[in-house]
Ligand binder design. Structure first.
Ligand code: CTP
Length: 402
């Protein structure tokens, strides 16, 4: 996934410009934020309205936005906004201008201002692609660190057959995705996540449980998998769906089941994120048959469940990174720091119940990050998906600086 990534697409005058519409869709599907800068020539092949509708952003074409007011399109800002600039299709003429720095249109001026990685997907007739001047231009761009996405062979707009067709949008999007994944600290890392509630059997049909939906565990697993991690999600009962093939889901019911599964895998993990709402107590005895309502009252003795996170903290090896959650209702920070130490955590995510919109049953949450050395970072109320992104960003930043 490319969530949080800003991708600028440059479109130049080539029949392949129609494929840019599909490229935008592919990138949006990967959750990237997309803006488009076009040359005037490219607007003969695809309309700016199509591209602005698909990208959900106005398209930039002219240096001057409004003749009357003199408002101008800020190519410097656009160049700096982008995390990656992909020029697709790139015509032979544009390649030459990119090399010479001939900024006679907004796209080339933006390229000259961009500080981000640049990808170029050429599209032209086979003889133009074979020509020594095109070859030299491409070599010069490669020498300056520009990434070239080679055109493919096939039938060309001229009716001739050969190399010059712009690579398919899906492949271009995939290459961009792989490029960002290479950068991720989580790529190839093993991450164990616990999530959901636990159900502690009273009898075959009744249990002691809580309102956790399991959403947090699934969102965390998605976020880590998106960044290239190999994830094991051990979750209590939830109806939340997991789609990413890099997530192995282990479904459990009780805290003791969850404990057993965690014990099997924790030693081999790089990171543990324990978000499960584990029942602290379970019935001492689970009745073998359904309990009948024969008496006026019923007493069920509860005994303590294992603290799974505490066990992981006690067995944490050097290099392993452990994250826990806490929901405190009083003396939040003091209790949070105690928990951080007691459970041997690297990061404690403190949930607040005091703020409106935070906690159980909301799509938003308000958290603080607590780390050793009385280090505290508080966030505003955010969508849960964004909170998960903040958590994973924090883990990545800590691993990078370790
Ligand atoms: N946790 C766990 N196993 C348990 C209880 C909690 O793994 N049996 C983990 C949760 O997944 C979460 C953190 O510990 O990451 C939450 O701890 P919390 O329930 O807030 O506090 P407790 O340690 O249970 O202490 P107390 O209820 O006394 O505040």
């Amino acid at each position: 996934m490319l969530s949080g990534k800003k991708i600028l697409i440059g479109v130049t005058g080539s029949i392949a410009a129609y494929k840019t519409a599909y490229l935008i869709r592919e990138l949006i599907k990967l959750e990237a934020e997309v803006k488009v800068v076009m040359t005037k020539a490219s607007s003969d092949f695809i309309s700016p309205l199509t591209l602005s509708t698909l990208s959900k952003n106005p398209v930039a074409i002219d240096f001057v936005k409004d003749e009357e007011t003199g408002e101008w399109e800020n190519h410097v800002e656009l160049g700096l906004w982008a995390d990656l600039f992909v020029i697709a299709p790139a015509s032979a003429n544009s390649l030459s201008k990119l090399v010479s720095g001939n900024a006679d249109n907004l796209l080339i001026a933006t390229y000259l201002s961009a500080k981000c990685p640049v990808f170029i997907a050429p599209a032209m007739d086979l003889d133009m692609f074979k020509h020594f001047s095109t070859k030299e231009n491409l070599e010069k761009l490669v020498a300056k660190g520009v990434h070239i996405i080679e055109p493919t062979s096939g039938e060309l707009a001229s009716g001739l057959e050969g190399k010059g067709r712009m690579e398919e949008p899906q492949v271009i999007a995939q290459k961009i995705h792989e490029f960002f994944m290479k950068d991720s600290v989580l790529r190839g890392k093993k991450v164990l996540i616990t999530g959901g509630p636990t159900y502690e059997a009273i009898d075959p049909v009744r249990f002691v449980g809580n309102h956790s939906s399991g959403k947090t565990g699934v969102l965390l697993a998605d976020e880590c998998a998106k960044r290239g991690a190999e994830v094991i999600l051990i979750t209590g009962p939830t109806n939340k769906k997991v789609k990413d093939p890099n997530i192995t889901v282990v479904r459990v019911h009780s805290a003791e089941d969850m404990m057993r599964e965690v014990e099997k895998v924790w030693a081999a993990q790089d990171i543990g994120i324990f978000s499960a709402a584990v029942s602290d107590y379970r019935p001492e005895v689970a009745a073998g048959e359904k309990i009948k309502k024969t008496d006026d009252s019923l007493t069920i003795k509860l005994v303590k469940n294992p603290d799974i996170l505490m066990w992981a903290g006690q067995h944490k090896k050097s290099g392993q990174y452990l994250v826990g959650f806490a929901l405190e209702t009083e003396n939040e920070e003091v209790n949070g720091f105690k928990k951080l130490e007691k459970k041997n955590l690297d990061l404690l995510v403190l949930n607040s119940l005091r703020d409106e919109g935070a906690g159980f049953g909301h799509d938003t949450n308000k958290v603080s990050f607590l780390k050793k050395g009385n280090n505290i970072q508080s966030f505003e109320l955010k969508e849960k998906t964004e909170v998960m992104r903040d958590i994973v960003n924090e883990i990545e930043a800590d691993l990078k600086s370790a």
